[in-house]
Design a protein around this ligand. Structure first.
Ligand SMILES: Cc1cc2nc3c(=O)[nH]c(=O)nc-3n(C[C@H](O)[C@H](O)[C@H](O)COP(=O)(O)OP(=O)(O)OC[C@H]3O[C@@H](n4cnc5c(N)ncnc54)[C@H](O)[C@@H]3O)c2cc1C
Length: 375
């Protein structure tokens, strides 16, 4: 059994930000991060942008270990015993903790067909796989007209590959952009030789004669060397749910991101000055307003009343797309635009976390780099 003061389940950007936040208030407490990815925490935004415009892969690492965090990689936390304050991973290793953070993020929504022929783009491994496929003359179909789809289409086109985009909406980014802006972006892509098929649903994907065939509802058959999809994500709540936490399209948390055990009423049965559990909300492709915790540091006391926040959802796999807004951006992370220096993805947004209708924030510690996604 490993004993740790802070146990963080998940090894994404939220986990990394939490380590930073912890160190601001506790320089020496033992931190253990358990992630089912084989890699230490890294920035995902460059996977669809900077790495396609010349940045080295080595630039994406978050250096979480520099906070003294112990990384347990390639391990999935399979069970939580909240009463005993103990977690068990899929190899049978147990972890006892004083404070627990669930930063389990989301997994890409998938089509019910096509299997491994489709890259549901999210991870470094997905990037490496797509890079390997992006050999000379390779042709791609990109399913989804949200941020991931449009960024990947731009990245591939910028690197000289013929790309066809397919999605059911009337234009790129139509779920988040005003109609005129969506039309402008769609025209912009077309002007840069990206074939954009709007109002089209994918109905079948299969491999035949060395090519991947994508069929659409209106009877088209698109032949490509590889298919990439950006269809939004679903929050990974199964661990929280199995542990008895309140889950509703995401882990329901209070303003300081503290979760509630399903059988207790508000306020939860945690001590006001020692909340043992935190949940990092994953809020990509949300259609509900969520609230970023103010000063959600581990050292803060329980806020006194609960509030339903951090609810993440998306619509059906075949029609939803993911969209991203940056509230803190760097030029290095800017999306490559189709054959041009100007990003064709929507401009940064500083949507209010309390009033936005379609904005959603990643709940994090006070030091978290604020990221927002919306559909
Ligand atoms: C290609 C791409 C480009 C993006 N670009 C932008 C952008 O420009 N701007 C922006 O604001 N956002 C962008 N995003 C979104 C941003 O990267 C995410 O909001 C952010 O990565 C979410 O971090 P997270 O830690 O909450 O969740 P995740 O990144 O989903 O990380 C969760 C981690 O927890 C692990 N995990 C889950 N369950 C368990 C378990 N039981 N045990 C162990 N480990 C577990 C997962 O494997 C994963 O490593 C982009 C995302 C992608 C994929």
């Amino acid at each position: 059994m490993r004993a740790t003061r802070y146990l963080i389940v998940g090894g994404g950007l939220a986990a990394d930000a939490a380590c930073t936040g912890i160190r601001e208030v506790d320089p020496g407490g033992r931190i253990t991060v358990v992630s089912d990815e084989a890699h230490p925490p890294y920035a995902r935004p460059p996977l669809s942008k900077a790495l396609w415009t010349g940045k080295e892969e080595s630039t994406i690492w978050r250096a979480t270990e520099q906070h003294g965090a112990e990384l347990q990689l390639g391990r999935r936390v399979a069970a939580l015993d909240l009463d005993a304050r103990r977690a068990t991973d899929d190899r049978g290793e147990t972890y006892s903790y004083e404070r627990l953070l669930l930063a389990t993020g989301g997994r890409p929504r998938q089509l019910p067909f096509g299997g491994d022929e489709v890259i549901y783009y999210r991870t470094l491994d997905d990037y490496r796989r797509l890079r390997a496929l992006a050999s000379a003359n390779a042709r791609f179909v990109v399913i989804g007209g949200g941020f991931i789809g449009s960024e990947i289409a731009a990245a591939l086109e910028t690197n000289g590959h013929p790309v066809t985009m397919v999605f059911p909406e009337p234009g790129i980014g139509a779920r988040v952009l005003p109609a005129e802006l969506s039309a402008f972006v769609t025209d912009y892509y077309r002007a840069h030789d990206v074939e954009v098929l709007t109002g089209a649903s994918v109905t079948a994907i299969e491999r035949a004669a060395g090519k991947v065939r994508v069929e659409t509802g209106d009877g088209r058959v698109l032949e490509s060397d590889a298919v990439v999809a950006g269809l939004g994500i679903a929050p990974r709540t199964e661990l929280a749910e199995a542990a008895g936490l309140v889950v509703s399209d995401g882990i329901v948390v209070a303003t300081a991101a503290a979760s509630t055990v399903a059988t207790t009423s508000s306020p939860p049965a945690t001590s006001p000055d020692s909340p043992p559990l935190r949940s990092e909300g994953r809020c990509e492709s949300s259609t509900r307003t969520t609230r970023r915790p103010t000063g959600g540091s581990w050292a803060r006391t329980w806020p006194g009343r609960t509030r339903r926040t951090t609810i993440c959802r998306s619509s059906t796999p075949t029609s939803s797309t993911s969209a991203t807004r940056r509230s803190e951006s760097s030029t290095a992370d800017c999306a490559p635009s189709p054959t041009g220096p100007t990003s064709a993805t929507p401009a940064p947004s500083t949507t209010s976390t309390t009033t936005a209708h379609r904005g959603a924030c990643c709940c994090g510690t006070s030091s978290d780099r604020s990221t927002q996604r919306a559909t």
